[in-house]
Design a protein around this ligand. Structure first.
Ligand code: ATP
Ligand code: MG
Length: 575
């Protein structure tokens, strides 16, 4: 492609509303533009990157025996009512009515549509398994769309679905997908890890997320330094309930704590470690209020609470609800005297003499003994694992890292086939429900995640498989006939070699060309200028490590070939 005729609107400055580097660089490199909150236009170069990702995904999905289809974006509400998700999906589901008043939604995912289609066609065990996928635009009205392509409202996803005769066959489909995902992410050239993920109320251990490790990730991943355990923090269980201290505690009473609010402030004010404070959180689980208790130095794990309560949806109650239930504004809740189900983290069971909110403004309760002073419904593992906890598998040291979820494989079991009655007749002519799995890849999110992992102060350093071009060919002096002719010859040669080349033939200053070439992130640059050309040489630069050198024009063919191989094969994802 000739730069002079391309639409590549690069920007000198980072747009001020972009928070993370991938968002900034995708805008600066002229790869995308924002239309409205969480909704982006993929400009030609951005689309090229998306297409490169999709191509790898497609090849591996096809090789794994999944067939591509394309389902509609608009879905009828009736199907969602059948599955029960019309009620539970919440505001992320964008709902509307058509001209006849029929309720519809934009697809955030396609379990309902595909289950409806398969149940209408498949009658016999002989027609199973069914394994299908699509690459398509999804819409989720995210509460906080941010970080550009990382968390959009409209985004591109590959979603796949499997339907099997029984659990063993379904596990086989799951494994086929897991292995395909390993190949896909390896080929994409990103540093990633497959980690155990929370699988909500479905149970079993059949859910893995594929995480690109990056500091800006919204997920926390738990790794063991001593074994190969890796899990999303939502999932990581804490084995040890703690040893009971057997201490005795004097009577619980409120003390004034004017002006102190946070756990740290209360701990400092009352001169106790934050581990002696009980944090009381009021939440709504499917609309019903519950209290959750964790130590002041711990974090509540909402996924664990949600699973314990078998709830579809869980969220923090707002200030008005908290005030009604605790008779105090936000920040002063304590479990004593609360008339709602109370779930306490198991760690709290081992000790006594805690401090909690006093259920009164500017007051905290001292000498709290949970069995004596509060009606705890159940003790359970309800908190996030922390660096001082042992590995749940081997007892070794764990560490926490940030990750970006780019893929998810999930064993659905009977969840949808039961609700929507997707059944078949087995060998004996008996009706049975199909076992399902679903498998997502965030195609557009991968573009952002790859940049989070691979960039420097000059711009993007794409993993070669994702780069919009293999090479940028810079003609530094297009008005010099000799230089221009040499650049044209090299351009033709590189294209004949099967390389995807951006030929910068613009009448711009060399500085502008160098900056743009670095920004766009193609792995290689070839620079044709009059000085080196006088010595029958062209310069090269490896974008990844900044290494520069010269190639003799006469050796161009062999050198370029070697160089192409080096760049294509010598790429290693950096962790
Ligand atoms: P998250 O926890 O990040 O919200 P999710 O669990 O809702 O993701 P899935 O329903 O498993 O996501 O969707 C499959 C994949 O689609 C995810 O692994 C992710 O890569 C991608 N994805 C999900 N939501 C978004 C979004 N808002 N913007 C871009 N990609 C997304
Ligand atoms: Mg997920």
């Amino acid at each position: 492609m000739r730069f002079s005729t391309c639409y590549i609107p690069t920007l000198k400055e980072s747009p001020s509303d972009a928070e993370v580097i991938s968002h900034k660089l995708l805008l600066r490199a002229g790869m995308m533009r924002r239309l409205t909150s969480g909704v982006y236009i993929y400009l030609p170069l951005g689309l090229k990157v998306i297409d490169k990702i999709s191509k790898i995904v497609r090849e591996e999905m096809d090789a794994a025996g999944f067939q591509e289809l394309l389902m509609p974006m608009v879905q009828p509400a009736d199907l969602w009512k059948e599955s029960g998700r019309w009620e539970h999906y919440g505001k992320e589901l964008l709902r509307f009515k058509d001209r006849n008043g029929r309720e519809c939604c934009l697809g955030p995912t396609h379990e309902e549509v595909i289950t409806d289609m398969v149940r209408g066609e498949v009658r016999s065990y002989r027609q199973l398994p069914v394994r299908l996928y699509q690459i398509q635009t999804k819409f989720r009205d995210e509460i906080r769309p941010r970080f550009g392509l990382m968390r959009g409202r409209e985004f591109i996803m590959k979603d796949a679905y499997s339907f099997d005769v029984d659990e063993t066959a379904a596990e086989q489909s799951y494994k086929v997908m897991y292995d395909a995902y390993m190949r896909i992410f390896r080929r994409l050239g990103v540093a990633f890890r497959a980690v155990e993920a929370d699988n909500g109320s479905i149970g079993g251990s059949f859910s893995h997320e594929f995480m690109v490790l990056a500091d800006t990730g919204e997920d926390t991943v738990v790794f063991c330094d001593d074994c190969d355990y890796a899990a999303n923090i939502e999932r990581a269980q804490i084995g040890r309930p703690g040893v009971k201290t057997g201490r005795i505690c004097s009577s619980c009473r409120n003390v004034p704590t004017s002006g102190v609010h946070t756990v740290d402030e209360v701990a400092a004010y009352l001169r106790v470690p934050s581990a002696k404070i009980v944090k009381t959180l009021i939440l709504l689980a499917d609309g019903k209020a519950v209290a959750a208790l964790v130590r002041g130095d711990r974090e509540l794990n909402e996924a664990k609470l949600k699973n314990l309560l078998k709830a579809q949806d869980i969220k923090l109650a707002d200030a008005a609800v908290v005030e009604k239930l605790t008779c105090a504004p936000l920040g002063f809740a304590g479990p004593q005297g609360l008339n709602l189900p109370i779930y306490a983290d198991q760690e709290l069971e081992s000790d006594t003499d805690y401090i909690a909110g006093g259920n009164a403004v500017d007051e905290h309760a001292m000498h709290l003994d949970l069995p004596r002073d509060a009606r705890v419904t159940a003790y359970a593992d309800l908190r996030n694992i922390a660096p001082d906890d042992p590995c749940p598998h081997c007892g070794g040291r764990i560490s926490l890292k940030r990750g970006i979820e780019v893929g998810h494989v999930f064993m659905l079991g009977l969840k949808y086939s039961e609700a929507m009655h997707a059944a078949f007749l087995d060998e004996k002519g008996q009706e049975r429900l199909m076992l399902m799995g679903c498998y997502g890849i965030g195609v557009s999110r991968i573009a952002a995640a790859a940049i989070e992992q691979n960039h420097d102060e000059h711009g993007i350093v794409f993993p070669p498989p994702l780069a919009p071009f293999d090479c940028v060919l810079l003609c530094l002096d297009p008005n010099n006939a000799e230089v221009a002719a040499a650049a044209e010859t090299i351009y033709d040669f590189l294209r004949r070699e099967g390389m995807d080349v951006l030929y910068d033939d613009r009448e711009e200053r060399p500085g502008v060309k160098f900056k743009d070439a670095d920004l766009l992130g193609a792995p290689m640059q070839l620079i044709v200028g009059s000085k080196s050309l006088a010595r029958r040489r062209v310069e090269y630069k490896d974008r990844r490590n900044g290494e520069k050198g010269e190639i003799a024009l006469d050796d161009l063919e062999s050198e370029c070939r070697a160089w192409v191989c080096r760049v294509r094969d010598g790429w290693e994802a950096k962790a």
